[in-house]
Design a protein around this ligand. Structure first.
Ligand code: OGA
Ligand code: MN
Length: 308
């Protein structure tokens, strides 16, 4: 515990500010040199995964992965982009061109409940049916699997869409290789960030199961991510998250405050390449990624073996 100042808020405001622009010198950069403890990935955990799953899911060999922990944030694991260029394109395409219209829920869908208050269905606001440019300009989130209810912050077993099998497989593989633990991906929130979007400080504690890790995958523009403690007055660390980077929050860091105060301009060194676009796509994926950031956060909602 430090003094009473809300450092989450102070740091969020500092990095969010446009005038003057923040100094980025203190932002931890896992791409440059040794700034933390390298995590030795256990060969025993990796052998639990079928070798062909790495390439099937767009990943490079785990022998080449670079993972790190931070001493002052127990349970936090950073895995530097483990994806191939084609893998990044594949996942970005799923986020942009597939999931928003695959029976999941977005901020542009609204609920239509039957008059008796019984069954509910979600429909796309008709304004966007023939306006894909407008749709993508206004798209902020997609929820898949159990839908996070933004108002009540409670999940319900009766309110879900089918969780994508490929994302479930990827999540299980990443959690197995990084922790040796089991993981059932049951809910995902895909956040779409525009150049001036931010995500204010919060902890993800709506899931009844807080012992399973939270997994986060970033694509597109880089961001400054703030990782705090369990209370708002713990001083957060600022960390660069770039396209392809994977973050796993387990143990104590599972319930810690975090935020995204700043999306950075695209740099020459940014990583998405390859031909992600097919003629069927509504949106050109490399173009979308150079103007936006996408974050997929995957959660196991319910403890294993619980029916209710
Ligand atoms: C979230 C979240 C972090 C990010 O969706 O809950 O914290 O990096 N996302 O966008
Ligand atoms: Mn979060």
């Amino acid at each position: 515990m430090e003094d009473g100042e809300d450092y989450m808020k102070t740091c969020f405001k500092y990095y969010k500010c446009r005038k003057p622009q923040p100094e980025l010198d203190a932002v931890l950069d896992f791409d440059s040199g040794v700034i933390s403890e390298a995590l030795v990935i256990s060969a025993e955990w990796v052998t639990k995964v079928n070798t062909e799953d790495f390439s099937r899911l767009g990943l490079i060999s785990p022998l080449l992965w670079k993972a790190f922990t931070l001493k002052n944030h127990p349970g936090f694991i950073f895995l530097r982009n483990p994806f191939t260029a084609a893998g990044q394109s594949y996942w970005a395409r799923r986020c942009v061109n597939v999931w928003p219209s695959a029976g999941h829920r977005t901020n542009l869908h609204f609920s239509q409940c039957s008059p008796d208050g019984g069954s509910c269905c979600w429909t796309l606001n008709p304004r966007y049916c023939d306006d894909s440019a407008g749709f993508f300009a206004k798209l902020r989130w997609v929820t898949m699997g159990y839908h996070h209810n933004w108002n009540t912050k409670v999940y319900s077993r009766d309110d879900s869409s089918e969780f994508p099998v490929d994302l479930c497989d990827l999540s299980r593989l990443l959690v197995t290789c990084l922790t040796g633990g089991e993981f059932s991906a049951e809910a995902a929130i895909v956040n779409y960030y525009h150049p001036s979007s931010t995500l204010s400080a919060h902890c993800d504690v709506s899931e009844p199961d807080l012992t399973s890790p939270l997994l986060s995958l970033s694509l597109g523009r880089s961001a400054v991510f703030l990782l705090g403690g369990v209370q708002r007055h713990c001083r957060p660390s600022a960390i660069y998250l770039r396209s392809g980077d994977v973050v796993l929050m387990s143990g104590r860091s599972r319930v810690c405050y975090h935020a995204v105060p700043l999306i950075l301009p695209t740099a020459d060194s940014d990583r998405w390449t390859g031909s992600g676009t097919t003629t069927a796509d509504v949106i050109d994926v490399p173009h979308y990624l150079s103007n936006n950031r996408v974050n997929i956060s995957v959660r196991q909602v319910y403890p294993r073996n619980t029916a209710t």
